[in-house]
Design a protein around this ligand. Structure first.
Ligand SMILES: Cc1cc2nc3c(=O)[nH]c(=O)nc-3n(C[C@H](O)[C@H](O)[C@H](O)COP(=O)(O)OP(=O)(O)OC[C@H]3O[C@@H](n4cnc5c(N)ncnc54)[C@H](O)[C@@H]3O)c2cc1C
Length: 478
């Protein structure tokens, strides 16, 4: 294993065996162990730069298990200054760089062939003051929630699965069932600290360096590596009442979802489409009321027209972490490590019923796998403010996610990816968009179309803050 950190440099200095000299450009030490590679001279670091095969292989994989781009090195920063030093180093040497949170994207977005992957997990400190949390970008939302709950507080919006990194979801958007009240996670950020592609450590907010702030939020790592975020917190409920309500038809489900998201009756609204053994589908609304009890059932659900429902009281943390135990089961079944060609499309309300009804007959175990989940839930686009989180151009949109798993004996990931592209094209023709965390290999032309009116500003931000274009090539945008 090759590791470069302050201790190994000191060892080299002391022994005189490893260190060949001071690089005049980088002021770092050239080590004999790796003198032939681009990382032959790195500045002294508080953390560790790994070049061993196991670290490189791990960084060449993600939750998709489809794309594999091997970096030349992986940085485990011991400080934010390590990120600054290595981004500057990489810029000087023309080496591409990508940040990595938990590697839960599915199409190589956090990978970088022949470059440097910066693991953000070591930067995970959390400080809470009043209703604000200052959080290292590598912290998990789960860890943050466990830190805020003893103070009776919570982040306003949580993703369904909370073992995702703060920096990773802020780079994507961060969608969850509370979106109707609070917008996406990116709409609840007060300040960001980041290292730009030029190697500058900067802080920014809606009132200070706003163009950078809004190019970092949902910015897919294109203009900077987020190292710290200051987040808004709101009072947390102790318990929630969690309803699953079933509707006879798809249009009934989407109409009720749309009505509820604007009504304030529930604190959380999502939904799922569940395939049945006889080929039919169940249309399920997931709705949560904070602090409600069985005594509220009639008031909350009596007039919704559901054919059946279940309801359960849960501690708020158990509700927020409800996917954790499911993930444990998927891991024990080996499904977690299979390819996941996921598609997360965003459909305009005017076309959602038609587009989803058209897709459902194509969603069979052969095309989605055995542990697939199909999500369908509404978004009030008026609540969203981050310009780079692109939505259909209507007041209400729907997240329609086809979370495929290439289980053994079903279609291969390539066929699933082709199906994603086919659905995306159909949806796009009807005003649809996509939430770019999944497996949809787009061309730069597609990206330009995706960003539409905000493309010129995004391109300008890229040129300004990442002038040599070294950041996050795995997104395939520029
Ligand atoms: C089981 C599961 C459930 C999910 N549920 C939801 C959900 O409910 N809602 C939702 O919105 N999303 C959801 N996602 C998607 C998730 O938000 C994205 O995959 C997100 O990118 C994951 O964060 P990560 O820490 O794994 O990021 P990574 O996959 O490590 O990184 C994603 C991208 O962001 C870049 N990046 C990472 N950290 C930084 C940083 N600090 N600064 C700059 N760039 C960075 C990477 O280079 C990469 O391009 C889910 C994913 C999984 C696997």
């Amino acid at each position: 294993m090759h590791e470069f950190n302050r201790r190994s440099l000191m060892t080299g200095l002391m022994s005189g065996a490893l260190v060949l000299g001071l690089d005049p450009i980088t002021k770092g030490w050239v080590t004999g162990a790796n003198a032939a590679g681009p990382f032959d001279s790195v500045p002294a670091l508080d953390g560790t730069l790994r070049t061993d095969a196991a670290s490189l292989d791990a960084a060449a994989d993600d939750f998709g298990h489809i794309v594999h781009h091997r970096p030349l090195a992986v940085l485990e920063p011991g400080s934010v200054q390590d990120v600054v030093k290595m981004v500057k180093f990489c810029r000087r040497h023309g080496i591409p760089v990508a940040g990595r949170g938990q590697g839960h994207s599915t199409n190589g977005q956090s990978q970088v062939a022949g470059g440097l992957v910066i693991e953000l997990a070591p930067l995970s400190g959390i400080e809470i003051s009043g209703r604000r949390a200052s959080v290292g970008a590598g912290a998990l939302w789960n860890t943050l929630l466990q830190a805020t709950l003893p103070r009776g507080l919570t982040p306003p919006v949580l993703t369904d699965y909370i073992d995702l990194s703060v920096g990773g979801t802020l780079s994507a958007g961060g969608l969850g069932g509370q979106i109707g009240h609070h917008g996406a996670q990116v709409d609840n950020v007060l300040e960001l600290e980041a290292v730009t592609g030029a190697g500058r450590l900067v802080t920014c907010s809606p009132t200070s360096r706003a163009p950078l702030f809004y190019a970092l939020l949902s910015g897919r790592g294109q203009v900077g590596i987020i190292t710290r975020a200051t987040l808004r917190l709101v009072p947390a409920p102790e318990t929630v009442r969690y309803y699953n309500l079933f509707f006879a038809t798809l249009p009934e489900l989407t109409a009720v979802q749309r009505a509820l998201i604007g009504s304030g009756r529930f604190d959380y609204v999502e939904g799922q489409l569940q395939s049945q053994p006889d080929g039919t589908w169940k249309y399920m609304l997931e709705a949560v009321a904070y602090g409600a009890t069985a005594a509220d059932d009639a008031r909350l659900t009596g007039d919704l027209g559901a054919t059946s429902l279940t309801a359960a009281d849960q501690a708020y943390y158990d509700f927020a972490n409800r996917i954790g135990p499911i993930v444990d089961i998927l891991k024990s079944l080996g499904e977690w490590t299979r390819p996941h060609p996921w598609l997360d499309s965003l459909l305009p309300a005017s076309a959602v019923d038609e587009l989803v009804a058209g897709a459902l007959p194509t969603l069979t175990p052969a095309t989605v796998g055995f542990s697939a989940v199909i999500l369908l839930y509404p978004i009030d686009t008026a609540k969203l403010r981050a310009p780079l989180l692109r939505m259909p151009d209507e007041r209400y949109a729907y997240l329609f996610s086809i979370l495929r798993t290439a289980s053994p004996g079903v279609a291969d990931p390539a066929a699933m990816t082709a199906a994603n592209l086919a659905f995306y094209e159909t949806a796009r023709a009807r005003g649809g968009s996509w939430y770019p965390i999944g497996t949809l290999p787009l061309t730069p032309q597609d990206w330009k179309r995706h960003y539409g009116p905000v493309w010129p500003a995004f391109k300008l931000a890229k040129r300004t803050y990442d002038p040599d274009g070294i950041l996050t090539p795995g997104q395939g945008i520029f």
